[in-house]
Design a protein around this ligand. Structure first.
Ligand code: PEP
Length: 256
């Protein structure tokens, strides 16, 4: 495999949190902190309704913008409540999270729908961040590798390996999300390496360049040890992305 040249990526997923008034000072602190860092890409994913304001506050800074989800329907049409990838692109998004475990568990996102969202995002010029990960029960039953592989395979089946030249995968064990229980660096590395090997079996160059994030209770205190692992290229950060100090501590741990 060729030498990887992967710039670490730290992505903040605000979920359904925050307010318009609170987002501006948070963003200003993040932007100021990130401006002092090198060798790390930073991204925030606010709720849809704040995208326009956040885009204007971020304008011209190094911090990028992403959405937390995207419609599986590529074109315009009668899809009440949905937001198309092209609309997100219009509002300055560069990335879209697809298949977050909360969407899968609470909103019925199947592997097939996640694959359709992945394709819709790419079709509009967004980089999809494909979330995969096992539940605690699946891990305890020794199914982690099979579950993660089937989630990745669903997108490979729909999009082909070439699509991963412009995509990010986030390994997020469901039992670690928002629980304070982080995967050990070794547990995370094992799954990250399996994901990369799965892609490498189809295209070694794409695999070597593929950014694979870890998500699940990442904090300033545990970021460095996770990010030190060979196949962990950054983090998808939930709770700790809502406080500038906490988020910036993670960004600093990723900075080179
Ligand atoms: C997430 O929701 O993607 C996530 C990783 O959340 P947290 O960092 O709060 O565990």
């Amino acid at each position: 495999m060729s030498e990887p040249t992967r710039t670490p990526l730290i992505a903040g997923n605000w979920k359904m949190n925050g307010s318009l008034a609170g987002s501006e000072p948070l963003l200003r602190e993040i932007v100021a902190g990130v401006s002092e860092l090198t060798g790390v890409d930073v991204l925030v994913c606010p709720p849809y309704v704040y995208l326009q304001s956040v885009a204007s506050w971020l304008g011209g800074t190094a911090v990028r913008l992403g959405s937390q989800d995207v419609s599986e329907h590529a074109g315009a049409g009668a899809f009440t409540g949905e937001i198309a990838a092209a609309m997100l692109k219009d509002f300055g998004c560069d990335y879209a999270i697809v298949g977050h475990s909360e969407r899968r568990a609470l909103f019925g996102d199947t592997d097939e729908r996640v694959a359709a969202k992945f394709l819709a995002a790419q079709g509009a010029g967004l980089t999809p961040i494909l979330c995969v990960g096992e539940t605690l029960e699946q891990r305890e039953q020794g199914q982690t590798q099979a579950v993660v592989a089937s989630q990745v395979q669903a997108v490979l089946d729909a999009a082909g390996v070439a699509a991963f030249a412009n995509a990010v995968i986030a390994y997020e064990p469901v039992w670690a999300i928002g629980t304070g229980r982080t995967a050990t660096p070794e547990q995370a590395q094992e799954v990250h390496a399996e994901i990369r090997a799965m892609i490498a079996a189809l295209d070694a160059t794409i695999a070597a360049q593929l950014t694979v994030l870890y998500g699940g209770s990442v904090k300033g205190a545990n970021a460095a040890e996770l990010l030190a692992m060979d196949d962990i290229d950054g983090g998808l950060i939930g709770g700790a992305s809502l406080k500038a100090d906490d988020f910036l501590a993670i960004c600093r741990a990723a900075s080179r």
